[in-house]
Design a protein. Structure first.
Length: 161
């Protein structure tokens, strides 16, 4: 079952790269008492993700945060090392929190996993964006196809804030 507007984010643990190495962050820590924009991509370093989706949120981060958003987070079914390297490669800095869902446990719990095994990519996340306030989904934008980044892009999210 896919998560929907009005649902509470399930408990899960994601990974982030820190100066001391990979570190866990729970969904309670990430979303509790905060206004968070989370967007997910099928894979770090992939064309649409690297050239459209992530850059849009980096470029619009000030505008998004000016609307009362505490955190903008990017999620992918990759490990924290890959997400950290991708963030550095794309000059994300502190504009977007790069999160790894290495085993796709969170993506599966949301019902937003995507099986790309036939393409040699394994289980990934669908491309989406969501606005979460104090752990409750307020907006949810799921792309119809992995290559699209319009419904789930930063411009769309800005209109929803």
């Amino acid at each position: 079952m896919t998560i929907k507007v009005g649902d509470k984010i399930p408990e899960s643990t994601l990974m982030q790269m820190t100066e001391k190495g990979p570190a866990p962050i729970t969904t309670a820590e990430l979303f509790g008492g905060k206004k968070v924009v989370l967007f997910a991509v099928p894979g770090a370093f992939t064309p649409t993700c690297s050239n459209q989706h992530l850059p849009g949120f980096v470029e619009k981060s000030s505008e998004i945060k000016a609307k009362g958003v505490n955190t903008i987070a990017c999620l992918s079914v990759n490990d924290a090392f890959v997400m950290g390297a991708w963030g550095k490669d794309r000059n994300v800095g502190d504009k977007v929190l790069m999160l790894g869902d290495g085993s796709a446990a969170f993506s599966k719990a949301l019902g937003l996993d995507l099986d790309l095994t036939k393409m040699g990519l394994g289980v990934r996340s669908k491309r989406y964006s969501m606005l979460v306030e104090d752990g409750v989904v307020k907006q949810l934008n799921i792309e119809d196809a992995p290559a699209g980044a319009v419904k789930s892009g930063a411009e769309t999210m800005l209109t929803q804030l």
